[in-house]
Design a protein around this ligand. Structure first.
Ligand code: IPE
Ligand code: IPE
Ligand code: MG
Ligand code: MG
Ligand code: MG
Length: 296
């Protein structure tokens, strides 16, 4: 199957699943509206696809991973909602519509973000069929992978560095640290989650860990390239943000051509890691290739 078709199909499956399950009659109506606005009907849902594709390599059916993949997308959406806040990147647009704080107000931007983070975990923990399928040991490993990726040494720490290094002459190593922490670890995490459900062995987990990190770095490099090459209408978010905010990026220090080369070489490394595994991860390879060639 064409990989774009696969990713789009997963996004539709995910949206339907979220649509059906994100109903909490006792929660404030406005909070639920905001929470649903933040995750349903937008975004590539690429982290979900990474989780589902890894599971598929182990024979796990997509339907059995929807609550895990849905939870992961909710958690990712939390990071975007907070990333867009005036105190952070101050972006009024996301996924082709007003960013959440712009549509629902600043307080809701903070609180619906909090809710997406918490409910993201509850989304799969409250699915008894899923919990039965994975058993408690695997569940704790999944929780640890996700929490580590979000930690002060992961996404939250990375977002702090991203802001602290604005306007500085950060070097390549510092920039790659930001990329790894703020983005790559939460691209790696869904892959590892899928592998844990599939009972991957130690060697496979190590390989997927390496592949995930490299692919995640490619993901952020591509995001930075798109920021300077695509118009807002295509991106669905404000273009040219990184220059405006003096973000420390590879594009900023090396320019577009050199940055593109660095990304391609990281992709080739990621591809090579997968090639030397005994199992076939062809979908993962295709998704990584999509990541470096996408237009938004
Ligand atoms: C954007 O993520 C934020 C980064 C980590 C660069 P995505 O490009 O996956 O955003 P959506 O979910 O498709 O909107
Ligand atoms: C965001 O990076 C990384 C996150 C952890 C959310 P960016 O700030 O470059 O993401 P966009 O461009 O706003 O989507
Ligand atoms: Mg940011
Ligand atoms: Mg941003
Ligand atoms: Mg960006």
């Amino acid at each position: 199957m064409d990989i774009i078709q696969y990713i789009n199909e997963n996004a539709i499956l995910l949206d339907n699943h979220l649509e059906q399950r994100l109903i909490f009659p006792e929660a404030p109506t406005r909070l639920m509206e905001a929470l649903r606005y933040g995750v349903i009907g937008g975004g590539k849902k690429i982290r979900a696809s990474l989780c589902l594709a890894t599971g598929e390599a182990y024979g796990i059916k997509r339907e059995d991973l929807l609550s895990l993949a849905g939870g992961i997308e909710m958690i990712h959406s939390f990071s975007l909602v907070h990333d867009d806040l005036p105190e952070m990147d101050n972006d009024d647009y996301r996924r082709g519509k007003y960013s959440l704080h712009k549509a629902f107000g600043g307080a809701m931007g903070i609180l619906a973000g909090d809710a997406l983070l918490v409910e993201g975990f509850r989304f799969f923990l409250s699915d008894s069929q899923f919990c039965k399928m994975v058993n408690n040991t695997k569940l704790i490993r999944i929780l640890k992978v996700l929490l580590d990726a979000l930690s002060v040494e992961g996404m939250v720490g990375g977002q702090v560095l991203d802001i602290d290094l604005e306007g500085t002459d950060a070097d390549e190593d510092q920039i790659m640290d930001i990329y790894r922490m703020k983005t790559a670890r939460f691209i790696q995490a869904p892959i590892l989650c899928g592998a844990i459900v599939g009972s991957a062995n130690k060697k496979e987990l190590n390989d997927l860990e390496r592949f995930g990190l490299l692919t995640g770095q490619c993901f952020q490099i591509k995001d930075d390239l798109l920021d300077v090459t695509q118009p807002s209408g295509v991106l669905g978010k404000t273009a040219g943000k990184d220059i405006e905010q003096k973000k420390a990026t590879l594009v900023g220090i090396y320019g577009m051509n050199e940055t593109q080369k660095i990304m391609e070489s990281l992709f080739r490394e990621a591809e090579a890691v997968l090639k030397q595994t005994s199992r076939s991860f062809s979908l993962l390879r295709e998704i990584a290739h999509f990541i470096i060639t996408r237009h938004h």
